[in-house]
Design a protein around this ligand. Structure first.
Ligand code: C2E
Ligand code: MG
Ligand code: MG
Length: 645
């Protein structure tokens, strides 16, 4: 209740925005007032001058002139001064607001004094008190004071006028006039309250809009989680800097910051702590690169557009900070850099390049910074090309199957081949799997390549069968993603059907790393393959961290021992012991073995002795096109074994 009353009479606290709004509207209103007053006073001066001085036959002495003109000149000059300050204020001249307000108050006082004076003279002559009422209306109601000020000013001037006039003119107010006078006073009060309320509502609405707008603006450029800038801001600001003719491009660099192992931190300490950590990291980065453009790109990735000069030092400071923050979980800051070469480079693309360079060192221990240089650039373009061209490559036959012989360790006769993909490109020439398989996996396009390889192998087998040739089983490499991106079992099944290829001629190779995260779907697919009569081979055994778990959870027909084991053959005695025990273990689990990467007779001899059934490696032949393999079979280089399983 009290609050409401306080609000109505204008005692409530106003926000700076609302106060400013009132100040502005008052000053604006005072412009209209001063213009009216100026016009009026000029008119009054001219009128008096012409009527009472020039056209009059009376001589006017100095006293008469002062008496008749002083109030006009006073009001005129007040009007002019107020107009000047009000206009200055609205043109955003600083400090003129206070002066304008002071003049409004002064002007109001003069107006009221003037009103009282003129109206009293008129009243004495038996006229109405129009001037006084007009001035009161101006001052207390049209100018937006707080209502209690309007009350005060209006009441005081009404009382003053009443007393002064009553004293000067005996019995001035008739009964009826008194009532009119009182009614006018009350009406003025009402008008001022109502105008005040209306202005207040407008001001508050405006303020809310302004706040909403500011929030929207903030949201548009701010990263919600960390409070630093977001990529919208980053892009815009970087473009601005790049376009500035004073910016020397070679002195600038885009940086992509990646915190490795942050996911583990998040899993370990929980999402909330993870976010807190990110926030601290973001603030530290923002602070360290205080004169650069810093933004959060996504997750634990940040983008910086800075001067090259101190960039490395500053990154080290952030890295040091990161190291002081971690305890059980070791995190590292990996950074990729890209120096812009053109002013019109798209900052997002620049960050992509920096990110790409950063990705190259992601798994390299001890290397924490990589710049996007010429070689990286070529690599980057080739990868882009691979992703963009895979459909065309499949369609136009750039994808070829090379066959690498697999032999029995005892008789050394061919017992099968592994189908390995090659991309022979009209622009890039020969591409090896390392140049396209990881990219295709990354971009979830690998199934297109694999389906193409499967079809080529089935077609090749069919044509050999049709030619009445002796055939051999071929093992196909499956990517983990094949099971996600297509119905791998169905695809192979329908191809085998289409080309009428017996299922025992196809082996399904799945790499150990594909099986680390327990995938129910994958397990189901493997069971289907087995039911359909395809042998399942475990590829690259021993290359990952959880080889033994894989053996526990899945069952395979053949275990392919990774070639990594042979790389230290002859240097490290333990190698032999390890290989032997792997072979024995596989044996006791009912699996056959194959060792990859056999390059020397020594290795072959040892493996045969250790009981490894199949061998594959350069010693017996590199991957080669089918025609070459057929020729080698025909000329007796390879003899196809009678035993094929
Ligand atoms: P992988 O399946 O383990 O294939 C064996 C790789 O070892 C082949 O490399 C082969 O050329 C190489 N190799 C064989 N013997 C020797 C040797 O004695 N010494 C040396 N140094 N290397 C040897 P390649 O053809 O470059 O293939 C690399 C990997 O790419 C393959 O490893 C496989 O994981 C993947 N890959 C190849 N073709 C395909 C495919 O059609 N689909 C899928 N998803 N992956 C494929
Ligand atoms: Mg393989
Ligand atoms: Mg392998």
């Amino acid at each position: 209740m009290w609050q409401k009353i306080k609000e109505y009479i204008g005692f409530n606290k106003r926000t700076p925005y609302v106060s400013k709004y009132f100040e502005e509207t008052n000053i604006r209103a005072s412009i209209y007032m001063s213009v009216v007053v100026i016009v009026l006073e000029v008119w009054m001066i001219l009128r008096t001058l012409i009527k009472y001085v020039i056209l009059s036959d009376k001589t006017r002495d100095f006293k008469w002139i002062v008496n008749h003109f002083s109030s006009y000149f006073l009001l005129l000059s007040m009007g002019v001064i107020m107009l000047v300050f009000a206009v200055r204020f609205l043109r955003k001249k600083t400090n003129s607001g206070k002066a304008a307000t002071t003049f409004i108050i002064l002007f109001s006082a003069v107006c009221i004094g003037f009103g009282i004076n003129i109206s009293m003279q008129d009243y004495a002559k038996g006229h109405q008190i129009i001037t006084f009422l007009t001035m009161s209306l101006y001052v207390s109601a049209l100018l937006i004071w707080r209502p209690f000020i309007s009350f005060l000013v209006t009441s005081l001037t009404f009382i003053a006028f009443y007393i002064i006039t009553n004293n000067a003119v005996e019995g001035a107010f008739y009964e009826g006039d008194k009532i009119n006078y009182f009614t006018f006073w009350i009406s003025l009060l009402m008008v001022s309250v109502s105008l005040y309320r209306q202005r207040l509502a407008e001001a508050t609405k405006d303020e809310n809009l302004e706040i909403a707008n500011r929030n929207l603006e903030k949201m548009a450029v701010e990263d919600e989680a960390t409070g630093i800038k977001n990529m919208n801001y980053f892009t815009e600001k970087s473009i601005e800097i790049l376009q500035d003719p004073d910016t020397v491009l070679e002195k600038k660099i885009f940086l992509f910051l990646d915190i490795t192992n942050f996911k583990t931190y998040n899993d370990h300490y929980g999402f909330k702590k993870g976010t807190e950590f990110l926030k601290e990291f973001a603030l530290k980065t923002d602070e360290t690169f205080h004169d650069a453009v810093v933004a959060r790109l996504s997750d634990d990735h940040f983008a910086v557009f800075a001067d090259r000069e101190q960039a490395r030092e500053r990154l080290q400071a952030i890295r040091d900070f990161l190291h002081t923050q971690q305890n059980e979980i070791k995190m590292e800051l990996k950074v990729g850099g890209y120096i812009p070469v053109k002013r019109d480079v798209n900052p997002r693309q620049a960050c992509d390049r920096a990110r790409y360079a950063c990705g190259l060192i992601k798994k390299m221990y001890g290397q924490n910074y990589k710049e996007f240089d010429k070689q990286v650039d070529d690599d980057f373009h080739r990868r882009q090309y691979v992703v963009n061209t895979i459909d065309e490559a499949v369609e136009k036959g750039y994808i070829k199957v090379y066959y690498q012989p697999v032999v029995w360790s005892d008789e050394k006769k061919l017992c099968g081949c592994e189908a390995l993909a090659r991309w022979i490109d009209p622009n890039y020439g020969f591409l090896s799997p390392a140049q396209f398989i990881p990219v295709l996996e990354e971009h979830r396009q690998i199934h297109k390549l694999d389906a193409c390889i499967f079809e080529t192998v089935c077609r090749d087998l069919r044509s050999m069968l049709d030619q009445g040739r002796k055939v051999f089983p071929v093992s196909l490499n499956f990517s983990r993603l094949d099971f996600e991106l297509m119905d791998a079992v169905n695809v192979l099944e329908s191809l085998a059907d289409k080309y009428q290829v017996p299922h025992d001629l196809i082996h399904v190779e799945i790499t150990e790393s594909a099986l680390t995260n327990d995938l129910e779907e994958l397990q189901k697919s493997m069971e289907k393959f087995r039911r359909d009569g395809y042998a399942l081979w475990l590829d690259d055994f021993g290359s990952g961290y959880s080889s033994l778990n894989v053996l526990k959870d899945y069952s395979f027909d053949v275990l392919k021992i990774d070639m990594k084991f042979l790389s230290s053959f002859g240097e490290n005695d333990k190698t032999k012991t390890i290989i032997e025990s792997v072979i024995n273990m596989a044996d006791s689990l009912g699996m056959r073995t194959l060792t990859e990467g056999v390059e020397t007779l020594d290795q072959a001899g040892f493996l045969q002795g250790a009981g490894c059934g199949r061998l594959q490696g350069y010693l017996y032949g590199k991957p080669m096109p089918l025609d070459e393999l057929k020729n080698k079979i025909d000329d007796g280089t390879y003899e196809i074994s009678e035993r094929l399983a």
